[in-house]
Design a protein around this ligand. Structure first.
Ligand SMILES: Nc1ncnc2c1ncn2[C@@H]1O[C@H](COP(=O)(O)OP(=O)(O)OP(=O)(O)O)[C@@H](O)[C@H]1O
Length: 634
């Protein structure tokens, strides 16, 4: 009933701050305060309101104590017969104010804190971080575990909320309460503040001693926890290897070693907690006894009234309960600041590959690709500070004519996949340029560049969604008819028709991945081919596109791939030379340069690297005819 009545209020306060801010994606700044501010900007007016209301609630509590003291005094002095006549109106006024005012104040404060801030604030952090992380360069994800990044995104947002709200809410509450209490006691008799002042010195000393120790042990515990989880996850994810070598005891010992490391931090922490509890109890009891003694003494010499004595004891009782709680909050605050700092190191990294300001879209009327004096090496951090480049291309020149189909050949590690990745601008080059129809790919928007290129790779990773969503990922508005047509052309219909996932979803509706259907490497590759068929981009990159298929399916698809290649510029990479031998031109890459170029026949006649490779592959290595030199030899 009450909740129903409060519904409009809930809705009003929940909608005061939008949890999904739009606008340009910005890299969060480095530095603790600017980083926290970056995620707090959308909610700061509400944080301020929360802080003010908290200060009011805290002040109201102290004032309330004061009235209780006055009441005690009257009750001690006034004649019973005159009590109502003298104080009735005043009492009803204060009673009404407490009865209506305080709950109302707490209601508004609670609505602002819980409805406007608590849910929306961390979501703003997650949303802004996630948007930024999606624009991060590929190289970033090759250096970081996806699970670790996602955990940082989720955790950091919560830690920012905890840090800011602890400072702006709980600390404000405690400071106002403590100052208010001290002021109230000083007004009655300055001597009464003495026990409080001594207690404060002791309390700050305890904080100074214990908080850094608690923070250190919490950080050590977080590390030990990560290590323990990491080892357990490592065992589960490599369960096949463990079973293969049938050595669960070794795995258990490996995990136990990390568990013992974790337990050592727990013991350290719990010992600290016990000593801290003893110190706090001693200090608080001392405050209580000290304040009681001081209050009784001052009352005895008639310096204070009975009412003041009562509130002095009551205020101190409350300080006693609050002090434990604040100490833990401060220790927690440092832990949260540590989490924010740790998250900042991952999240506040600028993408290495960026669009130029107002970058135009790429237009591909012809499909000519030109690599000009290309120099590229993968960056490698040396000693954590300096970056060196591991050279892959050193002055490569290559022009691929519109609609030309080129096969790239080279030993493993020669840089074939790298060349494809550079065309897609997954990395920025260190020298030269890459142009498509005369437009430098570094000057057009990355999205438009990748829209114009269809790619099938060796390892097809599918998203944990329905097959339909996976296939139409590059063309989100494709109809089911168009999807089925692509599926049939990729020869994927044979298995898609029979697919049922654990939830009973069938065919294109079946979900892949975790708790979904498990597809073989060849099946996944056919899905990838269907996806590219549907995308129908003017430039095609096939990086070992049929490597996971058996010969029968490969032969069937080859025909479809030829249709797919019609009217497109194609770069195909394959170790099995027979799959690319029929292309217009074959290029052999070695040590960062193009060393041979020509048709299959020309390269065979040349008797160079290609001829030797062909000879080896057709010479029984994969069971082909020794004399086969026909481009379409299978
Ligand atoms: N992300 C990366 N970071 C650093 N070095 C890399 C990265 N990817 C590849 N390399 C290195 O760059 C070189 C070229 O690799 P690339 O994958 O392009 O070769 P490839 O010719 O496609 O090999 P393969 O035929 O085995 O697929 C290799 O020495 C490889 O170790």
């Amino acid at each position: 009933m009450l909740t129903r009545w409060l519904q409009p209020l809930f809705r009003y306060f929940e909608s005061r701050t939008g949890p999904y801010p739009e606008g340009d994606v910005a890299t969060p700044p480095k530095g603790l305060f600017p980083f926290i501010w970056h995620f707090s900007r959308p909610v700061w007016p509400w944080l301020l309101v929360m802080s003010l209301l908290t200060a009011l609630v805290s002040a109201a509590e102290v004032v309330f104590f004061r009235y209780i003291g006055e009441l005690v005094d009257w009750l001690g002095h006034v004649e019973r017969a005159n009590f109502w006549a003298e104080h009735g109106a005043w009492l009803i006024g204060v009673g009404a104010a407490v009865l209506v005012g305080l709950p109302l104040l707490v209601l508004v404060q609670s609505l602002v804190t819980h409805q406007s801030i608590f849910g929306n604030y961390p979501m703003i952090g997650r949303w802004l971080s996630h948007r930024h992380m999606l624009s991060q360069s590929l190289a970033f994800y090759q250096d970081e575990f996806a699970g670790r990044v996602s955990q940082k995104v989720m955790q950091t947002a919560l830690a920012i909320r905890e840090t800011v709200t602890k400072v702006m809410d709980l600390m404000v509450y405690a400071i106002i309460y403590f100052t208010g209490a001290a002021f109230l006691l000083a007004q009655a008799d300055p001597w009464l503040t003495l026990p409080l002042a001594i207690w404060l010195v002791g309390y700050l000393g305890i904080m100074r001693f214990f908080v850094p120790k608690l923070r250190d042990v919490s950080m050590a515990q977080a590390d030990a926890r990560a290590q323990m989880t990491g080892r357990v996850v490592d065992s589960y994810s490599n369960i096949q290897t463990i079973k293969l070598f049938a050595d669960t005891r070794r795995e258990l010992d490996y995990a136990k070693d990390a568990m013992q490391g974790f337990m050592a931090t727990v013991h350290r922490q719990m010992r600290l907690v016990t000593v801290l509890s003893i110190c706090m109890t001693l200090l608080n009891t001392l405050l209580l006894v000290g304040m009681a003694a001081m209050a009784i003494t001052t009352w005895y010499v008639d310096a204070i009234s009975l009412g003041v004595l009562a509130i002095a004891i009551a205020l101190v009782m409350r300080v006693r309960f609050m002090s434990d709680w604040i100490l833990w909050e401060v220790a927690g605050l440092f832990e949260n600041i540590g989490t924010v700092q740790d998250g900042m190191n991952t999240i506040a990294q600028a993408p290495t590959v960026c669009d130029a300001p107002n970058a135009p879209a790429l237009s591909v009327p012809r499909g000519e690709i030109h690599f000009e004096a290309l120099r590229f090496g993968y960056p490698q951090a040396v000693g954590g500070f300096k970056t060196e480049y591991k050279t892959v291309f050193d002055g490569l020149d290559l022009t691929i004519a519109p609609n030309e189909k080129v096969g790239l050949i080279g030993r493993s590690g020669a840089g074939k996949s790298t060349l494809a990745n550079l065309l897609l601008r997954f990395y920025d080059i260190q020298g030269g340029r890459i142009t498509i129809d005369g437009q430098n790919i570094a000057e057009v928007s990355q999205t438009s560049l990748r829209h114009q290129i269809g790619m099938v790779t060796q390892d097809t990773s599918l998203l944990h969604r329905s097959l339909r969503d996976n296939i139409r990922y590059g063309s989100p508005h494709a109809s089911d008819d168009a999807i089925w047509e692509a599926v049939e052309r990729a020869h994927a219909d044979t298995f898609i028709h029979d697919l049922v996932d654990t939830q009973g979803r069938r065919g294109l509706d079946a979900h892949v991945g975790e708790r979904g259907v498990k597809l073989s490497g060849g099946q996944r590759q056919r899905i990838a081919i269907a996806r590219v068929l549907l995308k129908n981009a003017p430039i095609l990159v096939l990086d070992e596109a049929t490597s996971a298929l058996d010969s029968e399916v490969e032969a069937a698809i080859q025909e479809q791939l030829e249709t797919l290649m019609e009217g497109k510029t194609v770069i195909a990479i394959a170790h099995r030379l027979s799959t690319i031998a029929m292309l217009d031109r074959l290029i052999v890459v070695d040590e960062g340069r193009m060393v041979e170029s020509g048709t299959h026949q020309e390269l065979l006649a040349k008797g160079g690297i290609y001829a030797r490779l062909w000879q080896r592959q057709s010479g029984g290595f994969i069971g082909l005819d020794v004399n086969a030199d026909r481009p379409n030899a299978q």
